[in-house]
Design a protein. Structure first.
Length: 400
């Protein structure tokens, strides 16, 4: 039985073309990119070409606005800590309650240690930011606003460009975690008010352990990792050249596949949701149905545990998740869904299906075939479902 992978928001398969591009830089082109001799020069040229590939994906004005990092978490941390250091008279941060742990954990730490005051802005029932609360939090005391472009659990897309413009009215820097958005939705930073943007290679069919931080030309930046003069002295350490080449190739391929993400991949997601809503009672699709990543579907099943659903799906050869891989194993319900005030009966039953360009219609068919029976079987074992079903039937009798 073919294994079906629908957990692409956690990580993606490295594209074979990416692997092929990387391989020569382990053996043939092994020079240090910072070295002045020919071995280093040829590698330095390749690194610059990869930077330009990433520049094109992001629609950035200059390739030197791209700083290579170890991944999204480092990029997020570097952006926030740099902003605080660059503007010591501003000690406040604005973020949201539904950010990735890479942002929330740092902000909570900064607040706990007294290094910054943090405004955690709430969201509505579809995961969209409370704009009035956001406006109220902005002031001349804010060093940086950090808001994700698209939510990793629900796919809900924030109106990032407009939010950035509001931040600029108060002189605050604006950073966005675009780890999930990059390669799935068009991005053009050249004329935007966005100052910094994070992305990660393994979310767009590139290798793990490599990411990037976009820093707009003219923005003051203080390095998180200090050392040599790599990355124009903005991130010390010998360049991870094979991974950088891989990220560049992945960015080039992603740019060419955005239309496929917006079209065919979206159709796969919508087909799955339509079938599940028709065949499984008492389930809801979480997130903004209009402003959402084309590949992401978060469906909550009432009166059943998501971990049990995922276990049975895995036995049927289908890999999905209950949310962020960075919180996998936690018994606590999703902080994203809690912020959205998802009903208690559904809070523990959310399953995220995240597609990629590798998926096909047959993958959806497998889920549609297996999922209704799995949920029905699990509900039969749940005393909570028995009580809920009785109430539902009683209400039908009253209105008959």
């Amino acid at each position: 039985m073919k294994a079906i992978y629908l957990d692409n928001n956690a990580t993606t398969r490295v594209d074979p073309a990416v692997v092929e591009a990387m391989l020569p830089f382990f053996t043939e082109h092994f020079g240090n990119a910072s070295s002045a001799h020919s071995f280093g020069a040829e590698v330095g040229t390749a690194v610059k070409a990869a930077r330009q590939q990433l520049q094109q994906l992001l629609g950035a004005a200059h390739d030197h606005e791209i700083i290579y990092t170890s991944g999204g978490t480092e990029s997020d941390n570097a952006a926030i800590l740099s902003a605080l250091e660059a503007a010591p008279d501003r000690r406040e941060i604005v973020t949201s309650k539904v950010e990735h742990p890479a942002i929330l954990s740092l902000c909570e730490h900064l607040e706990k240690t007294g290094r910054a005051k943090v405004h955690f802005i709430g969201v509505d029932k579809v995961g969209q930011l409370d704009i009035e609360a956001y406006r109220a939090a902005l002031s001349e005391k804010v060093a940086i606003v950090s808001l994700m472009w698209a939510n990793n659990e629900t796919g809900t897309i924030f109106p990032i460009e407009g939010l950035a413009e509001l931040a600029k009215e108060h002189g605050a820097l604006f950073h966005t975690d675009a780890v999930q958005a990059a390669g799935k939705t068009p991005i053009s930073l050249k004329d935007s008010a966005i100052d910094m943007l994070s992305l990660s290679g393994h979310k767009l069919h590139g290798p793990k352990g490599i990411g990037a931080l976009y820093v707009k030309k003219g923005v003051r930046f203080k390095p998180l990792i200090r050392g040599g003069h790599q990355e124009r002295a903005r991130r010390g350490g010998t360049e991870n050249v094979p991974a950088i080449i891989g990220l560049g190739k992945a960015a080039e391929l992603a740019l060419g596949h955005i239309a496929d993400e917006q079209g065919r991949v979206r159709e796969l997601r919508d087909r799955l949701e339509k079938a599940v809503l028709q065949r499984v009672p008492n389930c809801i699709v979480n997130g903004d149905r209009h402003d959402r990543l084309p590949n992401t579907s978060n469906i909550a099943f009432e009166y059943v545990e998501s971990e049990a659903i995922l276990l049975h799906l895995d036995r049927n050869g289908v890999a999905a998740s209950s949310g962020s891989a960075c919180t996998s194993g936690s018994m606590e319900p999703s902080h994203v869904l809690k912020a959205m005030e998802i009903p208690e009966a559904a809070l523990h039953g959310a399953v995220r299906f995240s597609f990629s360009r590798d998926n096909v219609a047959e993958d959806v068919d497998r889920v549609i075939e297996a999922l209704p029976g799995i949920v029905e079987k699990l509900r039969e074992m749940s005393p909570f479902w028995a009580d809920a079903e009785k109430k539902i039937n009683d209400s039908k009798t009253v209105f008959a």
